[in-house]
Design a protein. Structure first.
Length: 193
């Protein structure tokens, strides 16, 4: 089974790299449980094709390279450690995160848990190192951040000067809230929706 599983795994990633998504989809059992972050659980080859289209929309030249395969004894489960590469040229909507095209040549560490039974993939769970993803695809405009911090400091000084005047305090607090939100958007652009 190990040699058969290895051949199936190699073919699976080769199909992705060659954009033969229908061929890769045929490697899945019809009722296979598929969980590709950020999407909900999917079933079978249809779910795989949705993932492959979603990933290549963000990374048109994406490739998956197998680094190693680990098996858990007599189990049918395989952990596949991958190096995912590609230029980030499209929107990557990743659940709570949204990455606008950064142009970065990303190199991401990915792990896919596969359950292979009777020559078919019956379970696939893909995980990505989120810190790695954020670090590579997020661009912080430090000049804009410095401007926002200067405004926040000035508003802090203004707030200290209006102590006892509730109306003016509320006005300064509202303007401060807007600047704090703007600074957060600069430092965490992937959270902006």
């Amino acid at each position: 089974m190990d040699l058969m599983s290895n051949a199936l795994i190699e073919n699976y990633y080769r199909c992705f790299n060659e954009r033969r998504f229908a061929d890769a989809a045929a490697l899945f059992a019809a009722n296979a449980e598929i969980e590709f972050i950020p999407h909900e659980r999917e079933c079978g080859g249809v779910g795989y094709v949705r993932f492959a289209q979603w990933w290549t929309a963000a990374f048109a030249n994406a490739k998956f390279e197998v680094e190693r395969i680990e098996r858990g004894g007599a189990t049918t489960l395989c952990e596949v450690y991958l190096l995912a590469t590609g230029a980030h040229r499209g929107m990557l909507d990743f659940g709570a995160y949204r990455f606008k095209p950064s142009g970065a040549d990303a190199v991401l560490h990915v792990r896919e848990l596969l359950d292979i039974r009777d020559g078919k993939i019956t379970v696939s769970v893909l995980t990505v190192d989120l810190n790695d993803l954020v670090g590579q695809l997020t661009h912080v405009d430090y000049d804009e951040l410095a401007r926002r911090v200067d405004r926040i400091r000035a508003l802090g000084d203004e707030l200290a000067q209006v102590v006892g005047d509730a109306s003016r305090q509320r006005d300064v607090a509202n303007r401060l809230a807007l600047e704090l939100d703007a600074a957060r958007r600069v430092t965490r652009p992937h959270f902006n929706r």
